[in-house]
Design a binder for this molecule. Structure first.
Ligand code: ZN
Length: 458
């Protein structure tokens, strides 16, 4: 049995692990490399495997750094089924065509501006490629046994990271392999906490995004409530740039809680992003994924993520209605770091007025508009114009989709004894180092694999 690390080795992106045994093979996750150009270039390097030879693809969750390479695999000859949870399948239907659209737009832009060494510049995959590979997705429920390859018994367990996210429990003969995927936080709203492992395993692939960091323990709901009240008093508009999937629904859930408790005035809330609208509708459907608290609300007859004054803006026409609605109001729009999308129109409209407030949530990459806003830039460039930042700006701490160091260690406590070998993946070098040290201090046998490395598991 062999495992090759084709992504998320020494970095947090491009998750792809090729597992072979007795001439059969599966790819665990099929992520696209995102972020700096040096990493994105890896998407164009040929894989050391022929996609046509794969017997299965097994996904942990729908994030593009775990699924974005699927359309390319399909285009290059993939014939195998792609296993995932039902939630992942439905999210992929939203995310993969959108990733393809971005690829096509970028190629068109490069061709127009003649900014490519390649003529013509091509997208990594097209919308047609994305649509075609979606037909290969096979949905599973959590805890339902399935056999991706004859003699391989697999289960999905809840990873509590995003809707449908899972860690994989795989038994091949006498060996048990666990792939953590991305682990979520404990006590996050709506979805269940990550399900702990139990017993022992031979091979563990463990994510280490926050291997060296802890999340702050602020009361996010209270912090959000304070800002909403202030903006309402000033009769301003609260603008929240947020990722379309997960973050938008989390914020909406907190707003609903605040409203239910009469902690904030009943302001209209707009979700202005077609992707966020579709993701919100999925969240409304997947009751079986809810945590106990959310299930209890449903049992009391509450409609989660659907309060009265909520406007889901999918069309451009609906998006324009935001501007026509008098303040005070709340606008949640993507992208989360204000690098593109409809949020740019709202920032352009609302930043120049001190009555308004921009609330940034979650991590902001250096150089993005979201990052510029929290570092205090007095004007930012939008659609070629400099826009003065007169509105209030603050960051709401404590939002993250990933378990922090303590939460990862706690999840690992679920095993009755240390796995024979633990491979640390999905982390920057400092995080991987810290995570490795912490586990070694507990007597674990830890390996930090390199990109392209193959290890024997027999
Ligand atoms: Zn993820």
């Amino acid at each position: 049995m062999e495992l090759q690390f084709l992504g998320a080795a020494g970095t947090v992106t491009g998750s792809k692990f090729h597992l072979t045994h007795n001439g059969r093979s599966a790819l665990i996750d099929a992520g696209m490399f995102q972020g700096p150009r040096a990493l994105r270039k890896k998407n164009w390097e040929p894989l050391p495997i022929d996609p046509a030879d794969l017997d299965a693809v097994i996904l942990t969750h729908a994030h593009i750094d775990h699924t974005g390479y699927l359309p390319r695999l399909g285009r290059d000859g993939l014939k195998a089924p792609v296993h995932c949870t039902w939630g992942t399948r439905d999210l992929c239907k939203i995310l993969l065509p959108d990733a393809a659209r971005l690829q096509e737009e970028e190629a068109n832009f490069r061709n127009r501006k003649k900014r490519s060494k390649h003529s013509p510049a091509l997208p990594l995959f097209s919308i047609v490629d994305a649509e075609q590979v979606l037909s290969r997705l096979v949905g599973h429920r959590y805890h339902e046994a399935f056999e991706p390859i004859e003699g391989w018994q697999a289960y999905y367990r809840d990873a509590g990271h995003i809707l449908g996210s899972a860690w994989i429990d795989l038994k091949i003969g006498e060996k048990r392999l666990v792939f953590s995927g991305d682990l979520g936080r404990t006590k996050a709203p709506i979805l269940k906490d990550p399900e702990p492992p139990e017993g022992r395993c031979d091979v563990l692939l463990l994510e280490s995004t926050y291997g060296n960091r802890e999340h702050p323990h602020n009361d996010k709901r209270e912090d959000l409530g304070e800002i909403v009240k202030e903006v309402a008093k000033r009769k301003g508009t609260l603008v929240i740039p947020a990722f379309a999937v997960e973050r938008t629904q989390e914020i909406l859930y907190l707003l609903e809680e605040l409203l239910r408790n009469d902690d904030i005035p009943k302001l209209p809330v707009f979700i202005d992003s077609p992707m966020a609208v579709r993701a919100t509708r999925l969240f409304r459907e997947y009751h079986e994924y809810y945590d106990e608290e959310t299930k209890a609300l449903v049992a009391q007859g509450e409609r989660v993520l659907s309060y009265k004054n909520l406007h889901l803006c999918e069309s451009v026409q609906e998006s324009k209605s935001v501007l026509k609605t008098p303040a005070p109001k709340i606008v949640i729009s993507a992208s989360g770091m204000a690098t593109g999308g409809r949020i740019l129109h709202h920032l352009k409209n609302y930043l120049p007025d001190p009555k308004n407030h921009v609330l940034v949530v979650g991590y902001q990459s250096v150089g993005t508009r979201g990052w510029r806003l929290i570092t205090g830039d007095e004007e930012i460039k939008i659609f070629g114009d400099w826009v003065p930042v007169k509105a209030g700006v603050s960051k709401l701490e404590g939002f993250s989709g990933h378990a922090d160091h303590t939460e990862i260690m706690k999840w690992c406590d679920g095993f009755s004894e240390p796995p024979t070998t633990t491979y640390l993946v999905h982390g920057e070098p400092d995080s991987l180092q810290a995570q490795a040290e912490a586990l070694r201090n507990r007597g674990w046998n830890v390996v930090v694999p390199e990109y392209g490395q193959t290890v024997g598991l027999a």
